[in-house]
Design a protein. Structure first.
Length: 319
């Protein structure tokens, strides 16, 4: 079983590559829910939706979020009625939010709801939220503390960042199946997601980092930082705010407690050599995913590396 920790657009791209090269039933995806919000009275789980849509073949490739070919008539009408419209929910997207809200109000957990929605969409992979409790990524800025969606979507991550915290994480616990999946995995992958606000909330849930330390399977991460810059979004800004270098070394530092292999772009070959001297195994390849073929190629390379890494754990040397 391949276990993936993911969030954000980079994570969805990588999962898109994986679904092209391995059977869906062999995938367990553990998803960030720190971005979740209530919008127009509806329960929204942006990363859960993106992963579900990509596995169902429905994700908009142009936007990297939402449903392909979606319309926005409701959004337009709500704006005309004077309601906020900075969070761009499409019409087909809203149907999923309506269903999620209905099921949650009936007493189902977020894990049960995610599985139900995935089944209705024909997704065979197992999709698990990081936890069932409400955990919210909060970004401290000079104008006050913002939710991640306010910081990222409403304000286009233009505000300086003092720090990031995960409200409610310390009182939460992993969703059922999360720890067992990590401990029983054949491989564990951290997608090229923002280490602070996409993977960070998952690691903040008590018990998940311990499981990553304890698992007998190798753990690899794909860097979202290329050439000292984030491939997309505010990863660099947020890493710097959390005291992490904006580099592949910073990514390695974020995951240092459990990381076996770091996959980086060939652009960072020189920096990779320096990291190798610290004892970390680093693999250089093309990590930018602009096409379906590039997504699949990266997935194949990472899985091949994991096969070699499994041999290391059995006493062989990684090639």
């Amino acid at each position: 079983m391949i276990v993936v920790l993911t969030g954000g657009t980079g994570g969805a791209k990588f999962v898109d590559g994986l679904r092209q090269v391995v059977p869906a039933k062999d995938l367990t995806i553990i998803v960030n829910t720190g971005d979740d919000l209530e919008w127009w009275g509806l329960s929204i789980s942006p990363d859960l939706d993106s992963i579900t849509y990509v596995l169902a073949g429905l994700l908009s490739k142009e936007r990297g979020w939402g449903v392909k070919g979606d319309t926005f008539f409701c959004l337009q009408a709500m704006g005309e009625l004077g309601e906020p419209i900075w969070f761009h929910a499409g019409d087909r997207d809203l149907a999923v939010h309506l269903l999620r809200t209905k099921l949650l109000r009936q007493g189902k957990t977020l894990t049960e709801v995610a599985a139900d929605i995935a089944t209705r969409m024909g997704v065979q992979a197992r999709i698990l939220p990081m936890c069932n409790a409400r955990v919210e990524t909060r970004v401290d800025t000079p104008i006050g503390e913002l939710s991640f969606e306010e910081y990222f979507v409403q304000r286009w991550y233009q505000d300086p960042v003092n720090s990031v915290r995960f409200a409610g994480a310390e009182k939460s616990e992993p969703a059922p199946g999360v720890v067992d999946a990590i401990l029983s995995a054949s491989v564990v992958l951290l997608a090229p997601s923002n280490p602070v606000t996409s993977i960070g909330p998952i690691l903040a849930i008590p018990g998940i980092t311990d499981a990553l330390k304890q698992t007998r399977s190798p753990v690899a991460a794909i860097s979202p930082i290329v050439g000292g810059k984030a491939v997309s979004g505010p990863a660099g800004i947020l890493m710097a705010a959390q005291g992490l270098p904006v580099s592949i070394a910073g990514v390695a530092q974020a995951y240092r407690d459990f990381l076996d292999v770091l996959v980086v772009d060939s652009t960072d070959a020189k920096a990779a050599e320096a990291l190798k001297k610290s004892g970390l195994r680093v693999h250089c390849t093309k990590t930018i995913m602009s096409t379906a073929d590039e997504k699949a190629d990266l997935a194949r390379q990472v899985l091949a590396l994991f096969s070699a890494e499994s041999a290391v754990h059995a006493g062989s040397e990684l090639s």
